[in-house]
Design a protein around this ligand. Sequence first.
Ligand SMILES: Nc1ncnc2c1ncn2[C@@H]1O[C@H](COP(=O)(O)OP(=O)(O)OP(=O)(O)O)[C@@H](O)[C@H]1O
Length: 410
Amino acid sequence: MASSTSLHEYSYSNESAGIRTAVLEVETVGHNDPLPRTTTVTRSGLGAARNRNRNENHPKLEEGVFLTWEDLWVTVVSKAKSENGSRSRSILQGVTGYARPGELLAIMGPSGCGKSTLLDALGGRLSSNTRQTGKILINGQKQALAYGTSAYVTQDDTLITTLTVSEAVYYSAQLQLPDSMSKAEKKERAEITIREMGLQDAMNTRIGGWGSKGLSGGQKRRVSICIELLTRPNLLFLDEPTSGLDSAASYYVMSRIANLDKTGGTPRTVITSIHQPSSEVFQLFDNLCLLSAGRTVYFGPASTANQFFSLCGFPCPTLQNPSDHFLKTINKDFEQDIEQGMVGRTPTEVAIDTLVKSYKESESYQQVQRQVAELCEQDFGEELEKRSHAGFLTQSFVLTRRSFMNMYRD
Ligand SMILES: Nc1ncnc2c1ncn2[C@@H]1O[C@H](COP(=O)(O)OP(=O)(O)OP(=O)(O)O)[C@@H](O)[C@H]1O
């Protein structure tokens, strides 16, 4: 049975709190489902989010990080001229979006479309041969990400293979957490974080590497994430956290990440780039940013992306994973190949242009603009505070100990 989706939009307001919330109901029938599934997407802004915080005791939303980027361009400048005679190349071309506390934003697109560049730009990690224009605001202000408020998990695991999981995480805790915390507190933080990532059974297993078997690939990814979570960052960037993992391990890693802020404390803002999520992993995303050659094909609730593609004339075939369909539709790497370079009967280049143009004219785009404007105007008070870390002497002592331990075991 072909799937069909219908949208119902209505709004309600809370006069006493001065909040108006728009609700988008997406009703999907298909995939052999006898009953329609209804996903409710609250298109609320900060006001409603804070309202939820007050009314449902949602923990400390005010301390969360709201990140917005507007008309963001990133250009690479090289000494050699390219084929068209230009010395610069635009990797990101005017992308706009936002990320909010308690939500997981996934950045998807074909290889080389600019996913890592967008993450790097938002995390303030662009390399020196790039130029960036556009507005990136943290809690409505232009500010650098203060120490301890954000963390970035890179694509590669750089772990010391001779250490066990608990040693690796505990050493990192001693290096990152402030001297004002006692050893017992640091140990406890390390243990809680290990449990958060579901690694309690592997605590005493050595990480392992070349020639010495240790953790699986998925477990290593989780140790890397654990280490970055020790400072309890409010903003978490993940570059391809599931690369090299099978679908079961990918789901496990992503579901842990998606459920991180459900365990109490300040809701975390999570932005991840991801290559090819399974449909189960895709369902974990709150928002989706789909890029093609540096342009936005879609930004909005992940649950309505399918509807957007259908409306543009590229419906997802029955029983096909939506993310596979999106990527197949906008991947022009194999354009020379007639079979691959056509979407149905439409050339990929034309399909991408249609989607980019349709997105710019869509209600989703208007909604993103409104949300970004609302977040930019909001008064969030003080800038994010820099957190203190371990002093020079502590770090020297811990690093020396860790090196000796590594050399002895190696
Ligand atoms: N500092 C740089 N100097 C030169 N070219 C760069 C630089 N950073 C990125 N690029 C180029 O920009 C394009 C986008 O790169 P980016 O790493 O953002 O893509 P991606 O979508 O993350 O790819 P993948 O999924 O393969 O990791 C690539 O063609 C890359 O070679």
